[in-house]
Write a protein that binds this ligand. Structure first.
Ligand code: ARG
Ligand code: ZN
Length: 475
């Protein structure tokens, strides 16, 4: 269905003076000076990425290129042992920096193999490397940690992160749950490649993102290795553990599919999962080539979760999905995953698009037309929740999975389609996915792209449908 399946840098005068000196000396000398002494301390990285909806999500001062996560989960005791090695690049001179990590006990942190200082402050793990990091410097930070992971409660009351189930864990981190199971730069503006090595009791399966790189069983435990090559936001990472039936095949396009299904959901899931190759083929025809080398599904039995998530390359479902939900989560692979958000305010770029994909799927497979779906929604009175806030400006993290984001977001795309015509509209969808593939996109960039592709001034349309309060008048 269409609703949600469900202190910053404080510069000391010494630092300022130091920069004044550096500005006057030749570069080589500056580099030498920079490597030495307390006066080269740099500035602390910000505690958040600057997103007003989730001020502490993400961090300033560095970009993570790669996460290498080694986890061991004991499903009986619920204990997680973790080691995270992040390869990162400093985007400023850094005296110290934060990672997002909530709960769990940190037993050691190194930066480039040297022990680093660390403190905990709420969801911030504050790391002070022995030597300040130069702007542009690549560095490796390793964090060893353990404990019993607990999900976070979001402003809208839902839970995300590491959510225990009766046979393992349902792991879905949107918007802020990555920090419940690994130290992260936990904002979608930072995307990275990932390796996962996950050890669970024999008989359980650990499913993460990307391709299965290996699996072996010894001493009553099985270790699964997964590799996610294409950049991924931390909230899209998963390490879902359960008793799963696993199915593997490769599509004619060469995409490696892994479906992992809880036996209790298998009967209901089977006819839907059978459609996955044709759904991906249909979406590829509409949106451009599938953006990842891996695909699939994780169908868990997690009745308390209440939503599915488009975990990259392999959505996770809390129960057997219906076909609409399968279409929705896989449409996110283009819209939200491959083309990532820079700010949570733009969430309609994910949810409006994935919802509109459902409408299009229905229209092109003998179901209700998108126009009919639009009309039925438009009939709702001005007092309806659908018009509670504009989808392009939900106002706070509490609203990001609200009806207006999904349904009025999709209505916005439908109005765009009616205004520019089918040819230009489908060109726009494809151009958006293709030009921003593996990168980021903002609402403003989408508006510009739509104007470019259609040759029309669309300022009024987007103002009305994305940003104006209340039920829009019919054009
Ligand atoms: N992006 C998901 C979907 O629409 C919804 C995630 C909801 N997450 C949450 N914490 N409520 O498919
Ligand atoms: Zn969605």
């Amino acid at each position: 269905m269409t609703s949600p399946r469900r202190p910053a840098a404080r510069r000391r005068t010494a630092v300022l003076r130091r920069e004044a000196v550096l500005a006057t000396v030749p570069v080589a000398v500056a580099a030498l000076l920079g490597a030495a002494g307390p006066t080269a301390a740099g500035t602390p990285g910000a505690a958040g990425a600057g997103d007003p909806y989730f001020p502490l999500s993400g961090n300033g001062g560095y970009h993570v290129r790669h996460y290498d996560l080694t986890l061991r989960y004991d499903t009986a005791s619920r204990h997680l042992d973790g080691r995270a090695v992040l390869t990162a690049r400093a985007t400023q001179r850094l005296s110290r920096f934060d990672l997002d990590l909530k709960g769990l006990k940190v037993t050691g942190v190194t930066v480039d193999r040297a022990a680093a200082g660390f403190t905990r402050n709420g969801q911030e793990l504050v790391v002070t490397p022995r030597h300040a990091l130069r702007e542009g410097q690549e560095f490796r930070v390793a964090v060893t940690y353990n404990g019993t992971p607990k999900p976070v409660t979001d402003p809208d009351g839902s839970a995300d992160g590491w959510i225990r189930t009766d046979d393992g864990a349902f792991v879905a981190g949107e918007p802020q749950g990555a920090m419940t199971w690994f130290p992260a730069n936990g904002h979608p503006s930072d995307t990275s490649s990932y390796d996962f090595t996950i050890t669970v009791p024999k008989g359980r399966t650990a499913v993460a993102n990307g391709v299965l790189a290996g699996q072996h069983t010894a001493h009553g435990r099985t270790t699964f290795r997964w590799h996610q090559a294409e950049p991924m936001a931390a909230y899209l990472a998963t390490a879902t553990v359960g008793t799963f039936r696993v199915e593997r095949y490769t599509t004619p396009d060469g995409v490696q599919v892994v479906n992992a299904v809880d036996a209790r959901e298998a009967r209901a899931a089977a006819p839907v999962l059978r459609q996955l190759p044709s759904v991906l083929a249909w979406e590829s025809k509409l949106f451009g080539p599938y953006p990842f080398r891996a695909a699939g599904s994780i169908v868990d039995h997690a009745p308390d979760v209440g939503y599915a998530l488009e975990t990259q390359s392999r959505p996770v479902y809390d129960s057997a999905p219906d076909l609409s939900t399968l279409v929705h989560e896989n449409a996110h692979q283009w819209f939200g995953d491959s083309v990532a958000l820079t700010a949570w305010r733009d969430i309609w770029l994910n949810e409006g698009f994935a919802t509109y994909a459902e409408w299009l799927y229905s229209e092109q497979h003998g179901g209700r037309s998108a126009q009919k779906t639009f009309d039925a929604l438009y009939d709702r009175p001005a007092s309806d929740n659908l018009w509670a806030f504009p989808p392009g400006d939900p106002g706070s993290g509490r609203n990001i999975f609200g009806t207006p984001v999904y349904d009025r977001g999709a209505m916005t795309l439908h109005e765009l389609r009616r205004t520019v015509g089918d040819r230009a509209f489908f060109r726009i969808l494809r151009a958006w996915a293709t030009e921003h593939r593996g990168r980021h996109g903002t609402s403003a960039q989408f508006v510009r792209l739509a104007e470019r592709e259609s040759g029309k001034d669309l300022e009024g349309l987007f103002h009305t449908w994305l940003y104006a309060h209340g039920k829009p008048d019919r054009a």
